[in-house]
Design a protein around this ligand. Structure first.
Ligand code: ADP
Ligand code: ZN
Length: 530
């Protein structure tokens, strides 16, 4: 698909240079465009910021008729529309907020052979719910003006993804209703289970799949142990911002708005130039914070994941996750905001068991919320494997080497491996859970770990707590490992104020199976038995 002698090749290149001002196409862009220009269905998998939009915008200008673009968020549509209009391209959008006049104009253009309208953006709801729009599409199709359907964030079709949207399921009928109209799906989600599901839902099982690499060679990946107290956390961050990251620009992600506000006020007390960014701040404040950060007036933004869209500061030198993200996809995208200029940058996650249960109470209602969260927990807990290999595995990328060459904490300092047999730990934890259950007591992760270490409510304690001599973080890691291993499980309960995660025996324990062995490295994160 890399050929440059198709009938459209010259015009494509011409528009690429004159309208989009792009000198050189990136890997997979030309093959994607050639495929969709040839009428072939395709899915393009490329990390965020890779340049997926060009792959349908450019063909839209070369093709006769209209390219229909499905996008989940109105804000994304507005961004793209503004960009296109600045380039003199005629594009329009239809959303729930469109006025009747706007709708009428777009509808007329769709079926007007002389119209110069090239792209129409719609939300999936619009496609799923508007009969009138559907009949317009049919007319457009009959006139031979339906050039292609581009589906942005196409993983939203699949409930296995991290962002399932029910209205996307409706797109499955497009292939049958508009035969001959090529479909181009675009996503930054690369797990093969999701992609296969998307193909099935869209009825494009035989489609071409193009996949760019997710490896970011200039990013250094690292997991550090998060201190137990907020005070220590602040001191640690202060040391980092004044030391290794002095004068360097970065992002610190927290889980909640409260976390972000608190951390900012503590860091400011230490004289650091940081600012909060989250959804509760008014739009003017948010854009002011963003601007000041871009101009390096603020050293770091302390943000919830609301800080994301539209950030393309090239010289972000570190992204610190002060709390784990809710999935590997999220982590990859958030940390991926570092080092856009290609220079070395650091991606650091602070791991702490309490953050796992905090995060799990937020995500457990999503279909694969816990599974996705545990995927990232297992990245944090791994005391041995190359971090980049774990990430690559997640995106179904095959690596020939298990060592990334000093670009992650584990490869920088080669570890001695030790395999720990967790059987007796597992037995004792089940004993503790059994005893509490018999006394009608439910245990949160923290309470369970207390008892495991021979502390906590005396009447619930077991004799000879075998984890007594362990450091708390080690005991926590073992319990976290049991959760992702399925030896233990979380059970969620609502109170009027919040949701509580209680720990129960998991499917593995209930089936009478022993827990897996845990392989650890001799590192500071998982210290030896003392
Ligand atoms: P994605 O949708 O994959 O997240 P975008 O389509 O928003 O990424 O593109 C990210 C940025 O890269 C945009 O500013 C776009 O103009 C730019 N871009 C895309 N392709 C190229 C290219 N071949 N050369 C240079 N810049 C490009
Ligand atoms: Zn590595």
């Amino acid at each position: 698909w890399d050929r440059q002698d198709f009938s459209w090749s010259k015009e494509l290149e011409n528009i690429q240079k004159t309208v989009f001002k792009v000198d050189k196409l990136r890997a997979h862009q030309l093959p994607t465009m050639n495929a969709t220009m040839s009428g072939v269905d395709a899915i393009l998998i490329m990390p965020t910021g890779g340049g997926k939009s060009l792959c349908f915008q450019l063909p839209a200008l070369v093709s006769k008729g209209i390219t229909l673009v499905v996008t989940p968020l109105v804000s994304l549509m507005e961004d793209q529309l503004m960009g296109l209009r600045n380039r003199g391209v005629q594009a329009a959008m239809l959303s729930a907020n469109s006025t009747r006049d706007e709708v009428n104009t777009v509808h007329n253009d769709m079926t007007n052979a002389n119209s110069r309208l090239k792209l129409v953006y719609v939300t999936p709801e619009k496609l799923a719910k508007s009969k009138r729009f559907m009949s317009k599409l049919q007319k457009m199709h009959q006139m031979g003006r339906f050039a292609r359907l581009a589906i942005d964030e196409v993983h939203c079709c699949s409930q296995w993804g991290h962002d399932f949207r029910p209205d996307y399921k409706f797109l499955g009928i497009i292939r049958k209703m508009f035969p001959g109209t090529p479909i181009l799906g675009l996503t930054a989600t690369a797990t093969s289970r999701v992609i296969q599901d998307v193909q099935k839902i869209l009825n494009i099982s035989g489609c071409l799949i193009l996949k760019a690499s997710f490896n970011r060679p200039n990013l250094f990946y690292e997991v550090r142990l998060k201190p137990q107290s907020q005070e220590e956390c602040v001191t640690q961050l202060q040391h980092m911002l004044e030391g290794e990251f002095r004068g360097k620009s970065g992002i610190i992600y927290t889980m909640t708005i409260k976390d972000a506000e608190e951390l900012v006020s503590e860091l400011r007390k230490q004289g650091l130039r940081v600012a909060p960014y989250h959804a509760q701040l008014p739009a003017e404040i948010r854009s002011k914070v963003h601007r000041r950060w871009v101009e390096n007036e603020y050293q770091a933004v302390v943000a919830t994941i609301a800080f994301g869209m539209g950030i393309d500061k090239p010289d972000v030198r570190y992204v610190i996750h002060h709390c784990i993200s809710k999935s590997m996809e999220n982590f990859y995208q958030e940390s991926g905001r570092a080092g856009r200029d290609g220079e070395k940058a650091q991606c650091i996650v602070f791991w702490k068991f309490a953050d796992l249960t905090r995060q799990s109470t937020m995500v457990f209602t999503e279909q694969t919320g816990l599974e996705n969260l545990y995927g990232l927990v297992s990245y944090c807990l791994d005391g041995v494997r190359c971090r980049r290999n774990i990430i690559a595995d997640h995106f179904d990328e095959r690596w020939e080497s298990s060592d990334c060459g000093k670009m992650c904490d584990h490869c920088r300092t080669p570890q001695e491996h030790e395999t720990v047999d967790l059987t007796t730990y597992g037995e004792q934890l089940l004993m503790i859970l059994g005893k509490s259950a018999s006394m009608d007591q439910r245990l949160t992760g923290q309470k369970l770990i207390d008892l495991f270490m021979g502390k906590g409510t005396p009447k619930l304690r077991v004799q000879e707590a075998i984890a007594k001599g362990l450091r708390r973080d080690r005991a926590e890691s073992i319990v976290a490992f049991f959760l992702i291993d399925g030896f233990l499980r979380e059970d969620f309960h609502f109170t009027p104020y919040n949701t509580i995660s209680y720990i129960l025996p998991g499917p593995k324990a209930e089936a009478g199976l022993a827990p897996s062995n845990m392989t650890i490295g001799r590192v500071k994160k998982l210290p030896e038995l003392e």
